[in-house]
Design a protein around this ligand. Structure first.
Ligand code: AMP
Ligand code: MG
Length: 522
């Protein structure tokens, strides 16, 4: 494998932890700690993202090379790599949790590719770090597979996300109490190599602010601006740069929320340590995808008591998280600039959300009165337990001027509910039909279905599909992973050859662990 062009700015420019031993501890006055990944006993490459590899200037031969699996399992870092884990804190489920940090993520370094793009490489599940607290630093195959497939699916849906380069089985076992029922079992271990321009989280800023380490907080802000937001660093004076930066973070977070709502993605653990400063989807844990539309649905069993991280609350929680980031930045920025940033979140969210919703329902542009129409539509879909993805694909197929409910019947999980809500839904459809006919231009309507199908995906990584791939992989069959990787590359296309991956959640998956709910145990 040819060497990477490494430019490890994070560890070169920010102070590190002088302590070199690897035991869980409170790390003060430093952003990172040196740590070596642990050795995998029999690493095996299960899957990789060829386009991400190419983006890192790796050829197919490089991927096939034994050095690839040795490097990305953590066994053999390349020369010039000085692996490290970073220090951050966070609010978990609404409460300040103190120091967290990369408890099972180890950075290999920062690669600058031929196109000049900077990519941080990070191994998830490669062993203990000073931030592992009570954990083992490891990850099981099932959760690694979910992270690998979902980050790639999100990327191909066009949603900002960290990427996944590789999924490697370590050959070692990891003990997990999957159902938290006092019955820990050995499971297959794995390591995912995640890739992003920056893995800096809201929680990085929060920790140094909470500790009152203001020079470090300032250093981090300056670093983030210059490395990760170079387009803003030319504006002067400094406070103007920072004002624009916070607005940008707020706007990107708003856009991300609209994107999640568009496709029915539920993150499941939107703690402030799991929000990216770049507005990327980050940390795929007990996430899930909406089957029947239910704003109160959360995939995370730990979240059940309050449903804080349910589908419908994500935008509100994102704003709450931005408020915590604003609190953290208060010592360095004007209150007015921080408040303005939060207002930008509201404005950007409203603007993008209304545009997205109009597109989703086949409206050429948003009109004020559409709010009530769309709200009624969603609440009927919720009550009638309609499959969100299937519903919108079928809605796109209805002929303009001929909106009837019958062609949408297949999107209903319960035919009793279909009958029960038939008249209310038919009435609503006739209103939508009228709106489509009078509000859109004829040329837009001539292509209405194509417009809608670019916004409403046909293929999403439904919970049961990932679970099927997990069950096969645990028996040594990796073909379903490769199939899903392929299917998720063209999520908006009709692709009849992929029909078996399309369709409503089957009955058997409704209450099955992994398909309906997940624990954080991963
Ligand atoms: P999460 O909310 O799942 O992203 O993780 C919260 C914190 O727990 C982070 O600091 C993680 O690094 C840490 N963590 C999660 N799982 C483990 C593990 N198995 N070993 C060590 N740390 C972990
Ligand atoms: Mg996390």
């Amino acid at each position: 494998m040819k060497p990477f062009n490494l430019d490890n700015q994070f560890i070169q420019e920010l102070p590190g932890d002088p302590e070199k031993s690897n035991h869980p501890r409170s790390v003060q006055g430093a952003f990172w700690s040196s740590v070596l990944p642990r050795k995998a006993s029999a690493p095996k490459l299960i899957a990789h993202a060829a386009d991400m590899a190419a983006r890192l200037d790796l050829s197919p031969q490089d991927v096939d090379d034994d050095a690839f699996v040795q490097l990305f399992s953590g066994n053999r870092p390349l020369s010039g790599m000085h692996p490290y884990a970073t220090c951050y804190g966070g609010h978990q489920f609404g409460h300040w949790a103190g120091q967290l940090g990369d408890g099972r993520a180890i950075f290999l370094g920062e690669v600058v590719n031929k196109a000049g793009e900077r990519w941080e490489l990070q191994l998830k599940g490669a062993g203990l770090t000073p931030y592992s607290r009570g954990g083992d630093g490891l990850a099981v195959l099932r959760s690694s597979l979910r992270e690998f497939l979902c980050s790639e699916a999100m990327h191909h849906l066009g949603i900002p996300t960290t990427r996944a380069l590789s999924l490697i089985a370590t050959g070692d076992t990891v003990i997990r109490d999957m159902f938290y029922d006092g019955n820990p079992q050995p499971e297959a271990g794995a390591v995912v190599c995640r890739v992003a321009p920056s893995f800096i989280r809201f929680g990085h800023f929060e920790l140094f602010s909470k500790r009152g380490e203001l020079p470090l907080l300032e250093q981090l802000l300056t670093f983030t601006l210059s490395r990760d937001f170079p387009e803003l660093s030319s504006s002067t004076p400094l406070n103007e740069q920072r004002r624009q930066w916070f607005r940008t973070v707020c706007e990107r977070t708003a856009t991300l929320m609209v994107e999640w709502m568009r496709v029915g993605f539920v993150h499941g653990v939107m703690n402030t340590d799991n929000l990216s400063i770049l507005g990327l989807t980050i940390d795929y844990g007990p996430y899930g995808w909406i089957d029947n539309l239910d704003p109160t649905w959360t995939p995370n069993t730990t979240d059940l008591p309050g449903r804080r991280y349910s589908y419908g609350r994500q935008p509100e929680v994102a704003r709450w998280n931005l408020e915590r980031l604003a609190d953290a930045l208060t010592p360095l920025m004007d209150q007015a600039d921080l408040s303005e940033g939060l207002k930008c979140f509201d404005q950007a969210y409203f603007h993008h959300m209304t545009t997205m919703l109009a597109g989703k329902f086949g409206l050429q542009s948003w009109q004020e009165s559409d709010g009530a129409l769309i709200e009624t539509g969603f609440s009927l879909m919720h009550e009638a337990e309609v499959d969100m993805t299937d519903f919108f694909r079928r809605l796109a197929d209805l002929p303009t001027g001929g909106f009837t409910l019958e062609p949408l019947r297949h999107a209903f999980y319960d035919q009793g509910l279909y009958q029960h809500h038939h008249s209310a839904l038919s009435h609503w459809l006739s209103q939508l039909s009228q709106r489509v006919q009078t509000g859109n231009t004829a040329s837009f309507n001539a292509n209405r279905s194509q417009h809608m199908n670019q916004i409403n995906p046909r293929f999403i990584l439904r919970n049961y599909l990932a679970q099927q791939a997990i069950e096969a992989a645990e028996k040594g069959d990796y073909q379903p992973i490769h199939d899903l990787q392929e299917v998720m590359k063209t999520p908006y296309e009709e692709n009849p050859a992929h029909s078996q991956w399309y369709g409503l959640r089957p009955d058997w998956a409704k209450k099955k662990a992994g398909c309906s709910m997940l624990s954080c145990s991963s």
